[in-house]
Write a protein that binds this ligand. Structure first.
Ligand code: WT7
Length: 652
């Protein structure tokens, strides 16, 4: 675990503006006062079992649980002995009353094609695809990999997996074939669901070609189901690849949901850690669904008549929890969009908000900063008066962007909810309740009921208000990850050993005098580039795979738009010379190994990297070099002082 830059952290943010919940909003909100919030929070803290017992009644259970929770640090089980099915909760239960004619999914493709699936349509399609999966040999417990563009079939595939108890692992369509292969190998997926391609900024993303490359190294995959989305020419491997539409046309739409143990795995989602390969974060059924259902309803104040638009891709946890499971379990209408926010022009999201009368909008700070840069004329072109609530997630939001979002997009009338959580936490942990919590730009404010966070020192001592420290969670919660797939030791080490007795988030934070949590970003070697988590080590290991590279060190550099940009320092093997051509080759090599989102923005050749006497690369110094600032921290452990001087020199 790294210490903060300069040894200790002090936040420079002093934000005085306070925005109480709009009176009109609070009147009809689900939780409508701080008293109500405090009562709930205190009850959950004092009697977690009783609280979470009651909260689980928001779901349909096939068999009641015998015990609310079993905790043997660091392993937890929730709703032990209970049985349920996530797809039944997200689909079937809404098909009995008038909701069955309600839109579950309103989808818009990038080229402008549109589809609406009512709850009963969704049920049919999910049932049909569950039968397709069964016909492909998938049985309860088999892992199904999904590598698709943002089309309704992606949601259908996820829910179909959930229906038959096959954990899904969704791989973001922007990841490369190599990255896809690594994930499939790690979880031994049996079947892959994919598409010929998808649309992005008017171009075709060639997914199937990446798949063909990946599957050369994935012996566990027996069958591939391919959705025809773009219609461009692709290779179909006889005996292995099957068209979605052909399989679906012969499958029955009737597939009863399988009752599953509360702790049955729902999905594995890979995310970057500070070391080594991506971690397969494992989430199970009952606790995850209780957490996402409840938080979606509290934080977004979901009402029957809402139209909810989440801009995240299903390849990330936000897409899992707040595009699929949370909102659908609440019976909400979800808007889903396939493509880029600036295609064909920079007002695409606002066109969508206007066309569908979106009431709740959830996006990332990096997107908000892009909207700001593009200018408010794009939002002004459209009628955004349907909006009543705005949300943000993924990284700390700078107060300017927060205020711009509130004023320009929200017309000054919509509460802004800054939601802090992680792939590992499964559901939102720290966020305002829009009808209760006074908000301040830049803070995710207060923990939700059932969440007990604290800011502590390395040894676990609470720090004084406004002092920086490590953000930890002190009580288990239902939607928390259960383990890292195939590596429980890593789970124990990374989350439960850094600071004794508590869950370590990897984030630095401070708490102000009102109790608000100000998240200050990662304290480990994890980058946050445009809200996407990337490991410096993963990028380094991609670089050293290249034949010309001897050593590599990757650091984040502050970036106005994307939060962080990627800078790589590279030393070459003898026989290789730095050149512009090699620089481009290496950047491209990383994109090929991981995905375009990991391509270093800046790649610098150097003849040595600054190291401690024990051989550890001193990233802190490299971060300063990348950012072009003087290092103020301690350099006494630096092995060779001249390296730093040379690095600076090479910059010029
Ligand atoms: C990391 C988790 C949770 C869905 C998106 C990212 C950062 C996330 C906030 C926020 C400040 C935030 C943290 C966290 N983060 N939301 N509202 N304010 N930082 O999920 O890829 O698992 O990344 O994103 O650093 O640890 P993820």
């Amino acid at each position: 675990m790294n210490t903060f830059a300069g040894g200790s952290i002090e936040s420079v943010l002093v934000e005085k503006r306070v925005f109480p919940p709009p009176v009109e909003f609070a009147k009809s909100a689900r939780i409508s006062s701080m008293e109500e919030y405090r009562t709930l929070w205190n009850r959950a803290k004092d009697d977690p079992q009783g609280f979470w017992n009651d909260m689980a009644s928001h779901l349909v259970w096939r068999k009641p649980w015998d015990k609310v929770m079993e905790w043997t640090e660091p392993h937890v089980k929730w709703y032990v002995g209970g049985q349920l099915n996530a797809s039944e909760n997200c689909v079937d239960r809404h098909c009995v009353g008038p909701r069955r004619n309600k839109a579950a999914l309103i989808w818009e493709g990038e080229p402008g094609d549109r589809r609406v699936l009512r709850y009963q349509d969704l049920k049919r399609e999910v049932g049909r695809f569950a039968n397709v999966l069964k016909a492909q040999g998938v049985t309860k417990g088999d892992v199904v990999a999904i590598y698709m563009p943002m089309v309704p079939e992606l949601v259908i595939a996820m829910l179909a997996c959930a229906r038959i108890g096959a954990p899904h692992t969704v791989v973001f369509g922007g990841f490369s074939g190599e990255a896809l292969a690594g994930r499939i190998q790690d979880c031994s997926a049996k079947v892959l669901v994919t598409a010929d391609g998808g649309f992005r900024r008017g171009n075709i993303i060639h997914l199937k070609e990446q798949v063909d490359e990946a599957l050369a190294h994935c012996p566990t995959i027996r069958n591939v189901v391919v959705l025809k989305r773009t219609g461009h020419q692709i290779h179909m491997e006889p005996g292995r690849d099957h068209w979605w539409h052909e399989m679906a046309s012969i499958a029955s739409a009737d597939c009863p949901p399988e009752p599953l143990d509360s702790e049955h795995p729902l999905f594995i989602l890979y995310t970057s850690g500070s070391t080594g390969t991506p971690k397969g974060i494992l989430h199970t059924t009952g606790g995850y669904l209780v957490g996402t259902t409840l938080t979606a309803s509290w934080v977004f104040d979901l009402k029957e008549e809402d139209t909810y638009f989440c801009t995240a891709d299903c390849g990330w946890i936000t897409g899992h929890s707040y595009l699929v499971y949370g909102p659908l379990s609440n019976g909400a209408t979800v808007v889903m969009y396939e493509g880029a926010p600036d295609y064909p022009d920079k007002d695409r999201f606002w066109q969508i908000v206007q066309d569908y009368g979106v009431t709740i909008f959830y996006t990332a700070p990096t997107a908000i900063r892009a909207f700001m840069k593009w200018g408010e004329q794009y939002a002004r072109k459209h009628d955004l008066s349907s909006l009543r609530l705005l949300g943000t997630v993924g990284e700390p939001i700078n107060p300017e962007a927060w205020v711009w979002y509130r004023e320009v997009i929200g017309g000054g009338r919509c509460p802004v909810v800054d939601t802090w959580w992680q792939t590992e936490t499964g559901a939102i942990m720290i966020a305002p309740l829009p009808g209760a919590t006074p908000t301040k730009p830049g803070t995710a404010t207060l923990p939700l009921p059932g969440v007990v966070p604290e800011v502590v020192t390395k040894s676990g001592e609470p720090v004084e208000p406004n002092q920086g420290g490590y953000l930890v969670i002190k009580q288990p919660w239902p939607s928390m990850m259960r383990t890292i797939h195939g590596d429980d030791e890593r789970y124990r080490r990374q989350y439960w050993s850094e600071i004794p007795g508590v869950y370590f988030t990897g984030d630095g934070a401070r708490r102000d005098h009102d109790g608000n949590f100000w998240i200050m970003g990662r304290v480990d070697d994890v980058l946050n580039v445009a809200g996407h988590r990337l490991s410096t080590m993963e990028i380094e290991s991609a670089l050293v795979h290249h034949k010309a590279v001897a050593e590599a060190a990757v650091v984040g550099k502050p970036d106005e738009l994307r939060g962080q940009a990627i800078t790589a320092f590279v030393t070459l093997k003898s026989g290789y010379q730095p050149s512009e051509d090699l620089r481009q080759q290496l950047r491209q090599h990383v994109a090929h190994e991981i995905g375009a989102l990991a391509r270093p923005d800046d790649l610098r050749f150097t003849d040595a990297l600054p190291k401690t006497r024990s051989g550890k690369i001193m990233r802190r110094l490299l971060r300063d070099v990348a950012a072009g600032v003087e290092s103020t921290g301690d350099t006494s452990t630096l092995e060779d002082f001249s390296v730093l001087a040379r690095l600076r020199h090479e910059e010029e």
